[in-house]
Design a protein around this ligand. Structure first.
Ligand SMILES: *[C@@H]1O[C@H](CO)[C@@H](O)[C@H](O)[C@H]1NC(C)=O
Length: 230
């Protein structure tokens, strides 16, 4: 497939700047609506965690996904299908973080925060709060300048609560890859069957630790998930 071929070519040139990667996307007729590069609209691939640093937006759920996946209820059911659920009884262990997706809305707080479920609906997320695990914040790109409808996720793997919910070493790359591994292929929850296709977009965000929360380096890869309801 054409888009995939271009992506692989971009990925092969390990030093290609993110700007070039975005040009590749902008000229691809289909991908222009999968999502818009936040940087092109004055936004960032990092959210705002306070103190001038942020978490990477390292997973994008494509605007080409089934529309029902991209609603608040839809992403929640999908998250459950891939092993996440709502925060432990609504207990928020941290402040919301905002992100600017370059869509004209400026900085907007996360739509929701979801945590790994460990297979016990309800109680499982409480377990995650105690023992650590994967979690992600959700942001929707729907402003007037870039209305793709795509969801941008800030995914990370955390230590347990005694570590004050710090991110584990390499926790952004590790969290992203764990989410991809759970999501790829066919999953079901609540009577809905999802098929997820994953593309890795290399060097789309800046590589390294500059501006990244906790000074944890990222490898620059953003995963694009296209999710279809069968
Ligand atoms: C995000 O939420 C916090 C807490 O409710 C609030 O103080 C802050 O102003 C919000 N930020 C944005 C950008 O809406």
């Amino acid at each position: 497939m054409m888009i995939t071929t271009l992506l692989v070519a971009v990925g092969a040139l390990a030093t290609v700047p993110a700007a070039i990667a975005s040009v590749v996307y902008a000229r691809s007729s289909k991908a222009t609506k999968a999502f818009f590069n936040p940087v092109d609209g004055g936004g960032s691939w990092l959210n705002n965690a306070g103190g001038g640093v942020g978490e990477p937006l390292n997973v994008v759920i494509s605007g080409f996904s089934s529309p029902a996946v991209l609603t608040n209820d839809g992403i929640l059911n999908y998250a459950r299908a891939i092993g996440f659920s709502e925060e432990c009884f609504g207990i928020h262990l941290g402040d919301p973080m905002s992100a600017d997706l370059g869509d004209g809305h400026g900085a907007v707080n996360q739509t929701m925060e979801l945590r790994q479920d460990f297979g016990f609906a309800g109680v499982g997320t409480c377990l995650e709060s105690l023992v650590g695990g994967n979690h992600f914040r959700v942001y929707r790109q729907n402003g007037p300048k870039a209305n793709s409808g795509a969801l941008f996720l800030a995914v990370s793997k955390e230590q347990d609560v005694t570590e004050h919910h710090n991110i584990v070493p390499d926790g952004y790359n590790v969290g992203r890859d764990a989410l991809i591994a759970s999501a790829e292929g066919t999953k079901r929850f609540g009577g809905v069957t999802y098929t997820t296709k994953v593309e890795r977009m290399f060097n789309l965000m800046p590589v390294g630790a500059t501006g990244v929360n906790h000074g944890i380096a990222v490898d620059g890869t953003v995963a694009l998930l296209t999710v279809h309801i069968d």
